[in-house]
Design a binder for this molecule. Structure first.
Ligand code: NAD
Length: 263
């Protein structure tokens, strides 16, 4: 049976990668989905078409908004609620990264990444909370974190901090709103085949190097993350809050210890 029948869901950054796969998976599970994008309406419309194909009875809309801008976040929620009637689930998926030695990092670049990944995620969560509390909805808020929530990422300090902060954001909101029936959780993906990894996914040598570090020996697919979001959004996860579920092929298991090198 569909896990999310009749639920109204907003997925941010849903025109590509994990967000797109999540929007389609939620449609397959019976949800109505608001598909946020900030760049290409064409890409978002393609995701909407895939959702329609997967589940023709669902309602889907695309909404342009930059999650780092408060006015656009408010407009996005207003549009989703006006079109779908209400919201039950928010998937905070939007995220960006850029490489730079930390000593050379410009503050504008530091801010840009935190503004999308952490401040933007909080602003969306806050709007969802306001909506859930006003209606008495036992809603669900989900974050797309990363293995870098717990594994440091040299050259990507602002990304690493943003995901580390997301762990505490998940736990703090979960604790603050648990008594009102609102659940807050995160998924921590490992290396997934999406546009954020264009630097290596189509280069067999670089991809082999990445995959050599993953205990399961391969990068993951967006659908393997989308399925965890679908589980966490559903009543199958009714007693789970404040957790990050790592879906990473074993990357968080200290792969360097695969063979014994210490006594
Ligand atoms: P992606 O680049 O395809 O997706 C990121 C999405 O965020 C894009 O659709 C982009 O348009 C959107 N976005 C960027 N800035 C935005 C803004 N200001 N407002 C609204 N949307 C914005 O890559 P992805 O891998 O699908 O990334 C999705 C999430 O997964 C990110 O939060 C990323 O950190 C996380 N993640 C990805 C991996 C991986 O290996 N692919 C691993 C761990 C975590």
């Amino acid at each position: 049976m569909a896990k999310l029948s009749g639920k109204n869901v907003l997925v941010t950054g849903a025109s590509t990668g994990i967000g797109a796969a999540t929007a389609v998976r939620f449609a397959q599970e019976g949800a109505n989905v608001a598909i946020n994008y900030n760049r290409s309406q064409g890409e978002a419309e393609k995701v909407k078409a895939q959702a329609l194909q997967a589940a023709p009875k669902g309602r889907y809309l695309t909404i342009k908004a930059d999650v780092s801008k408060e006015d656009e976040v408010k407009q996005m929620f207003a549009a989703a609620i006006s079109e779908l009637g209400s919201l039950d689930v928010l998937v905070n998926n939007s995220g960006i990264q850029a490489a730079s030695p930390s000593d050379e990092l410009e503050m504008a670049d530091f801010d840009r990444i935190l503004n999308v990944n952490l401040r933007g995620a909080f602003m969306c969560a806050r709007e969802a909370l306001r909506h859930f509390l006003a209606r008495g909805t036992k809603g669900v808020i989900l974050f797309n974190s990363s293995v870098h929530e717990i594994i440091p990422k040299p050259l990507y300090v602002s990304y690493s901090i943003s995901k580390g902060g997301m762990e505490n954001l998940t736990k703090t909101l979960a604790l603050e709103y648990a008594s009102r029936g609102i659940r807050v959780n995160a998924v921590g993906p490992g290396a997934i085949i999406t546009p954020i990894n264009n630097a290596w996914i189509n280069d067999p040598k670089k991809r082999g190097e990445v995959e050599s570090h993953i205990p399961m020996g391969r990068a993951g697919e967006s659908e393997e993350i989308a399925s965890v979001f679908a589980f966490l959004a559903s009543d199958d996860a009714s007693y789970i809050t404040g957790q990050t579920i790592f879906a990473c092929g074993g990357l968080t298991l200290y792969p360097e210890f695969r063979t014994s090198w210490s006594s």
